[in-house]
Design a binder for this molecule. Structure first.
Ligand SMILES: [Zn+2]
Ligand SMILES: [Zn+2]
Length: 367
């Protein structure tokens, strides 16, 4: 069938929204009509070329929609089901899935960008096969995805809100509650308050942190961070976040620092802001050219610091996606406040320009 999709042909070029050919779902695959897709920074790494990818690629890895058709041997969903797509497929029976780390599933190893799991393509353009971002390509009116990427949520939730628990919310909130396991009464710093960092602020509030220092270079995001639970804000173009973290904690340093910008320099700041026994959690994707981070190995021992990373906030999509939506329903998790602006699929370049310009916490494409 024909569908419309946002395709990148080369880094540095504009994303082209064009009609493409979409094959029907094969075994263990599902055709989804997209209702909403989130504008997340990870696609932008491919747009500017600081992460390598198969090209051309149909972008988008945060999406929610309705199942239209299923291929043979699909048992976890049926036509008509409302679903959130997860950007890491999980098999449910590998070493990592069975240990409770479906985010590290062998099926999703290295975050797939290219063909479907069987090595063949479902999307085709005039110049040949088109790869799929995280095998789901949510910036498409219709997409074919693995059943391992589909989580059924019931039809109670608005899909233009449910979309947010596909990537940004579980990554940020999960970094705090699953990966770091922040205790009530802790002191926390969050560097970078975009779609991921804002959810780390929100996660710290949910965990009961008594101090949440939000750091950004954008005053709009810092004001917004207060809505999500930040107790202090630091504009790092005007003030030194490390010094302020020390000042606010009587010289001790913070218990946890979450780094959501993913530059070696800001990871170094997060590490320097820690007190004894403190933990840094790196959440974002650094450009593949970034090789080392400026941390003191002596501090690692003398102050018993911990430096850790997290993929997808150590979230388990089949548990966390429905659970986070239930938290939203119970008034314990903010989703509406995350959405700054909505766009049409044709406005995808504008949506990324707004993200880069710091105008959005989360932009959402509505189909
Ligand atoms: Zn994302
Ligand atoms: Zn697995």
């Amino acid at each position: 069938m024909r569908t419309r999709s946002a395709v990148l042909y080369a880094p540095g070029e504009r994303i082209r929204v064009e009609e493409i050919e979409l094959d029907p779902p094969k075994e263990h695959e599902v055709q989804v009509r997209m209702v909403a897709a989130g504008i997340c920074h990870s696609d932008y790494h491919i747009v500017v070329g600081d992460l390598p990818s198969y090209l051309p690629i149909a972008l988008g890895h945060e999406g929610a929609g309705i199942v239209e058709e299923v291929g043979p041997n699909v048992t976890n969903c049926k036509p008509g089901d409302h679903v959130v797509l997860t950007f890491i497929p999980s098999c449910g029976h590998c070493r990592y899935c069975t240990a409770g780390h479906a985010n590290l599933c062998n099926m999703g190893a290295n975050i797939l960008m290219g063909p479907q799991l069987d090595g063949t393509f479902r999307m085709h353009g005039e110049k040949g096969d088109i790869g799929q971002m995280c095998v789901i390509s949510t910036f498409s009116e219709r997409s074919v995805v693995p059943d391992a990427s589909v989580v059924v949520i019931g039809d109670y939730y608005a899909l233009n809100r449910a979309v947010l628990v596909g990537c940004g919310v579980p990554t940020g909130v999960g970094a705090v509650i699953h990966r770091a396991k922040v205790e009530a009464g802790s002191t926390v710093m969050v560097i970078g308050c975009g779609g991921i960092g804002m959810n780390a602020v929100q996660g710290a509030a949910i965990a009961g942190a008594r101090m949440i220092i939000a750091v950004d270079i954008n005053d709009f995001k810092l004001e917004k961070a207060k809505e999500f639970g930040a107790t202090h804000t630091v504009n790092s173009t005007r003030e030194d976040p490390v010094q302020i973290a020390k000042d606010l904690t009587w010289g001790l340093g913070v218990d946890y620092a979450f780094e959501a910008i993913a530059t070696p320099a800001t990871i170094g700041q997060a590490y320097a802001a820690l007190g004894k026994g403190g933990t840094v959690v790196v959440i974002g994707l650094t450009p593949y050219t970034a090789e080392s981070i400026p941390v003191s190995p002596l501090d690692l021992v003398l102050y018993q610091k911990t430096l850790m990373g997290t993929l997808y906030g150590d979230s388990q999509p089949r548990y966390d996606i429905p659970n986070m939506l239930a938290m939203y329903h119970a008034g314990k998790l903010k989703l509406d406040e995350l959405v700054t602006r909505t766009y049409t699929l044709d406005q995808v370049n504008e949506a990324y320009a707004d993200m880069v310009g710091g105008k959005n916490i989360r932009g959402v494409i509505e189909f």
